[in-house]
Design a protein around this ligand. Structure first.
Ligand code: HEC
Ligand SMILES: [Cu+2]
Length: 347
């Protein structure tokens, strides 16, 4: 009996693999759509160039993989049929080795390298003039940001949430207070390292309204994965209003409970680390809390900003972000209530 043509033997696993690969490929465009943190859903010119480059790399790599797989299959089938090998010493054999082994990889590698360098050149650097300038400093494990005016003076200090006007380039001056971090908002830009002792410059531009998540992209210790930030792109008028409000000192407590909360805040260790502009709190080593209630998240994206998370954070930050420098605070129920009420008023 002649052996069964091996195609049918290969087929079942082949079909499975093909099925899985097909599913994966079909899922890609779905996954790429409107992710809050995805290099596949670009919202700015640089991210778009990076995405196009990645798709090209993916396409070429996929074509090479498919080509090699087909050739291997072909060789296997042919070998099983007992076909004669073409000895490598022939001219054709030489072409296979030189062309497939040297020329083709070299040409494609050089082309991809060239494309990468070109995209890298265009997407990095200080960017065009007229940019909004923001100084961003990485801390373990949160982000401090100062908005600068055209003279380079700080007009507003915020933490973990950058607002930017749609359609205007934003230049970020990236620094670090401790170890190396990396500023990465994949929908808008590639990664740029934040190195202690120097200032790296990058720029990005949001083409449409939206809220995107960024993430530290350089391992910086225990809570590295919990070091996120938001970029909120809004129409210029709304952005200006936001910036003006962030530049203001904190609102005066609105009622007796809030006043009691502020007193508590000012009498505890909080003021050693945190600043609330307009109060005695002038600490510089922790997030500025002047407009805490205007932020969407707490502790660098770790928690949504609501009363429950705020309470959990203040009572025992080590539970939420083990290793953070913020100590737990002992408070009675009434004290916590007043403190929360005060902090919630910091709009
Ligand atoms: C020893 C310094 C220190 C003290 C004291 C301290 N904190 Fe903090 N706090 C931090 C640091 C550092 C962070 C940032 C943690 C992170 O996100 O990893 C932080 C974060 C916060 C946040 C979240 C801010 C944001 O924008 O996400 C709040 C709210 C907060 N602290 C409130 C308080 C209150 C209230 C007290 C006093 C009861 C206090 N802290 C005492 C260091 C301190
Ligand atoms: Cu990190």
């Amino acid at each position: 009996m002649t052996p069964r043509p091996c195609i049918s033997r290969l087929c079942r696993p082949c079909r499975r693999v093909a099925g899985l690969a097909g599913l994966g490929l079909a899922a890609l465009p779905v996954l790429a759509q409107s992710w809050a943190q995805s290099a596949l859903d670009p919202a700015g010119p640089q991210a778009r160039q990076l995405a196009v480059l990645s798709w090209w790399m993916f396409g070429i790599a996929a074509a090479v993989l498919a080509g090699v797989t087909l050739l291997v299959l072909w060789a296997v089938l042919r070998g099983r049929r007992g076909a004669q090998d073409r000895p490598l010493g022939t001219r054709r054999g030489l072409w296979v080795v030189v062309g497939g082994g040297v020329l083709l990889p070299l040409v494609s590698a050089i082309a991809l390298l060239g494309a990468s360098l070109a995209v890298g050149r265009e997407t990095s650097g200080p960017g065009p003039g007229g940019a909004l300038v923001v100084e961003v400093t990485g801390h373990r494990w949160w982000w401090e940001a100062h908005y600068l005016d055209p003279q380079g003076l700080r007009v507003a200090t915020v933490a973990n949430e950058l607002h930017v006007p749609v359609g205007r380039p934003v230049r970020v001056l990236l620094k670090s207070e401790d170890v190396i971090h990396s500023f990465w908002a994949p929908n808008l830009q590639g990664k740029t390292d934040m190195v202690p002792g120097r200032t790296n410059v990058a720029w990005f531009q949001a083409e449409r309204e939206g809220t995107w998540r960024g993430q530290c992209a350089e391992f910086c210790g225990l809570q590295h994965a919990m070091m996120a930030f938001l970029i909120v792109a809004e129409p210029p008028a709304r952005f200006e209003a936001w910036l003006q409000r962030q530049a203001q000192p904190a609102a005066e407590p609105a009622d007796a409970l809030a006043r009691q909360g502020r007193q508590l805040f000012e009498s505890r260790a909080c003021v050693m680390c945190h600043a609330v502009r307009g109060t005695v709190a002038a600490g510089q080593v922790a997030p500025d809390l002047t407009h805490l209630a205007s932020r969407r998240t707490l502790a660098a994206g770790r928690l949504p900003n609501n009363r429950g998370s705020l309470a959990a954070w203040i009572v025992d930050p080590q539970q939420v972000k083990p290793g953070t420098t913020m100590p737990p605070t002992r408070l009675s129920g009434d004290e916590l209530h007043a403190l929360l009420h005060y902090l919630e008023g910091l709009r």
